[in-house]
Design a protein around this ligand. Structure first.
Ligand SMILES: N[C@@H](CCC(=O)N[C@@H](CS)C(=O)NCC(=O)O)C(=O)O
Length: 231
């Protein structure tokens, strides 16, 4: 059965899920929801997803939200290689440990930076407060340093060894996001740089496909108005 996949490729959990579906050769129909244009707030969209968030999937009458829950579900339901989310309880517990940290430890600060410095100025036309900018930059840097100095301190290819897990996709897609507003977490962080290179090499061409729009926004150093029209 084909999965119905609702997503916006500029959203971190959507890119994560896009990569996961592609890497596992799961067939899906694309339903692109442009968040910047408010497609998720339309009555039509709310009928299928009242909480107005992406990503979500529908398959065979099962509707699921939350990227982590969706990937765990697909690992149980489909013929997915074990390394993504191993059945062994201890290996799974280590992945879960990272994922629980990632929600508040990585996603929250990096998303706050993105919102404060990029999204809200675009949507409201107002410059952010200097104190908010400083707060969001400082939170983001602390979080990136925890990746560099703690999670990646053992110099493995990926977070949990030589094989990718769902945790790596979640981490990488969050770490890419601040580039859209001029901050690349790789800079000055050699372990993080090597880690991101490893993930990209292992998952291409899908990695570059997932990041294509993000890359073009980041590279062009577009004006705010131009960025808005690209969203
Ligand atoms: N925890 C959710 C996060 C979902 C989420 O926050 N989606 C954002 C895009 S990254 C969204 O749909 N935002 C729309 C809005 O806030 O109006 C997941 O991992 O799937």
């Amino acid at each position: 059965m084909t999965i119905q996949f609702y997503y916006d490729i500029l959203s971190q959990p959507c890119r994560t899920l896009y990569l996961f579906l592609k890497l596992n050769n799961l067939s899906f129909n694309k339903h692109v929801i442009n968040l910047a244009k408010g497609h998720h707030r339309t009555e039509e969209f709310k009928k299928i997803n009242p909480i107005s968030l992406v990503p979500f999937i529908e398959e065979n009458g099962v509707i699921l939200r939350e990227s982590v829950g969706i990937m765990r579900y697909l690992c149980r339901e489909k013929n997915i290689p074990d390394h993504w989310y191993p059945k062994d309880h201890k290996s799974q517990a280590k992945i879960d440990e990272f994922i629980e940290w990632h929600h508040i430890g990585l996603r929250f600060p990096l998303t706050m930076f993105f919102r404060v410095c990029h999204l809200e100025p675009l949507l409201t036309g107002k410059e952010p407060l200097k104190s908010d900018v400083e707060w969001s930059i400082s939170g983001m840097k602390i979080s990136c340093n925890v990746m560099e100095n703690f999670w990646l301190s053992n110099d493995r290819k990926f977070l949990f060894g030589d094989h990718l897990t769902i945790a790596d996709l979640l981490a990488a897609m969050e770490i890419e996001q601040p580039r859209m507003c001029g901050y690349d977490p790789r800079n000055g962080r050699p372990k993080l740089t090597a880690y991101m290179n490893n993930i990209r090499a292992e998952t291409n061409p899908y990695y570059d496909e997932a990041c294509e729009l993000l890359n073009s926004i980041s590279a062009k150093k577009l004006s705010k108005q131009e960025i808005k029209s690209n969203l």
